[in-house]
Ligand binder design. Structure first.
Ligand code: NAD
Ligand code: GLY
Length: 394
């Protein structure tokens, strides 16, 4: 018999295209749904996993259940997403011994304390090391749940149902998990790959415009670091994306996930090219930490950071001013910020950027552009030009 329980946390209740298929799938009652779904694979040998992208995928529980290999399932969500989608996910898992843990919503809760509340819920419910955690939410829920799965009883299975655009195009794919520290963003964590990623693009219908824009920042990132043609496409289609055109969004998600899957497959643990995915992040993480977690959205901070990276690249003569202007225009079209907050002066940037995972032997390295669509990680930039970028950013 299956049972449903709720656990309380922090005071709250409880590249590879495989196919473009028209699939007919049956729900637990045997009802057939026709849907257009695309499946990509993150190719990591025997830890390879699918990314399913399509509409109404929360109604297709088999996409999840085929990756669950024991009775105990814990769905982790937050108090914004759970009222919207938890029931549907729980229904799809009704054949399991399924419980949920609901976290408080917000980047400021991406902490060790919140992580501990998941461990408490798992231990109180006597979950074993063959249990499966399911992350239902944006990047914050996904990163904390993934880290809980990486460390609970030294590692348990974990599935991702990302519900923000940012999580669908970036954080749910690739196995980076973790929490923030007061002194630095994402400083405590582990690599732990999910067993699958199920992207139901219909969940974007309830996402507010500011969060949609934040996700578009990471989409623009893929054009800048890897695919100039995709950047051109984004310029031509940003109005459609902002108007939430379903086809345009589906393409942007698919192309972003394909680029991310290819990079992660080539460099899972970031010994090389995976660091390119951090374009704008050294500046952006400094803004997030410096302004207090949750005040600037991650995508907003990355947007400003990417323009700073483009600016610094241009000051070195690696890209022309046209690239900087096109980047700025695209970010503005996506209603993203392009100037740093006033309180982030040069010395505060330098202080916070020193706490970055790309720092080696005390030397700062940055992701900078060699061309539109081509990036590099380098410590070989001029300090005085970095100073000029930092002083002109606000
Ligand atoms: P988030 O998780 O805070 O979600 C943004 C807001 O949207 C929250 O209030 C959330 O409750 C709400 N929400 C989520 N889905 C919704 C829906 N369908 N309808 C309505 N509201 C919804 O923020 P995010 O932008 O998704 O993720 C940012 C986090 O991801 C940061 O902590 C960042 O560091 C992390 N991140 C991780 C990686 C990685 O590789 N692991 C990559 C990029 C970003
Ligand atoms: N978001 C950066 C990475 O996954 O490596």
């Amino acid at each position: 018999m299956s049972s449903k329980r709720s656990c309380s946390a922090s005071g709250n209740r409880h590249f590879y295209w495989l196919s473009a298929i028209i699939a007919a799938t049956a729900d637990p009652t045997g009802t057939l749904h026709n849907q257009h779904m695309k499946t990509l694979t993150v190719d990591l040998g025997d830890r390879s996993y699918p990314i399913h992208i399509g509409q109404q995928l929360l109604d297709t529980s088999d996409l999840l259940t085929r990756h669950i290999h024991s009775k105990q399932v814990m769905v982790v969500s937050n108090d914004t997403v759970a009222p919207l989608y938890l029931d549907k996910v729980m229904q799809g898992l009704s054949g399991f011994d399924v419980a949920s843990v609901i976290l408080p919503d917000g980047e400021q809760f991406k902490t060790l304390d919140t992580l501990n509340s998941i461990f408490t819920a798992l231990l109180e419910a006597r979950y074993n090391r063959d249990c499966t955690l399911v992350a239902l939410g944006g990047g914050v829920v996904g990163d904390i749940s993934g880290f809980a799965a990486a460390s609970y009883q030294r590692g348990v299975a974990f599935l991702q149902i990302p519900t923000t655009l940012l999580a669908q195009v970036d954080s749910s794919v690739g196995g980076k998990t973790g929490v923030n520290h007061a002194l630095g963003k994402n400083m405590i964590g582990a690599f732990h790959q999910p067993g699958c990623v199920v992207i139901d693009t219909d969940t974007l219908d309830t996402l507010d415009d500011r969060q949609l824009s934040a996700g578009l920042a990471e989409v623009i990132k893929y054009g800048l670091i890897r695919d100039a043609g995709f950047f051109d496409w984004l310029e031509a289609n940003m109005a459609a994306l902002m108007a939430r055109d379903k086809q345009a969004l589906a393409y942007a998600i698919e192309r972003s996930c394909a680029i991310k899957a290819e990079i992660v497959a080539a460099d899972e643990r970031e010994s090389g090219q995976r660091a390119l995915l951090n374009l704008g992040h050294t500046f952006g993480h400094a803004i997030e930490t410096g302004t207090g977690y949750g005040n600037w959205l991650h995508g907003e901070a990355v947007a400003t950071g990417m323009l700073m990276a483009a600016d610094l690249s241009a000051r070195h003569g690696w890209v022309d001013s046209d690239t900087v202007q096109r980047t700025e225009q695209l970010l503005l079209q996506a209603k993203l910020p392009t100037t740093a907050p006033g309180e982030m002066d040069e010395s505060r940037f330098m202080e916070l950027m020193a706490i970055d995972k790309k720092v080696i032997d005390g030397s700062l390295r940055l992701v900078l552009l060699k061309a539109l669509g081509d990036a590099m990680v380098t410590g070989d930039f001029k300090a005085e030009l970095l100073g000029e970028t930092l002083r002109s950013a606000a």
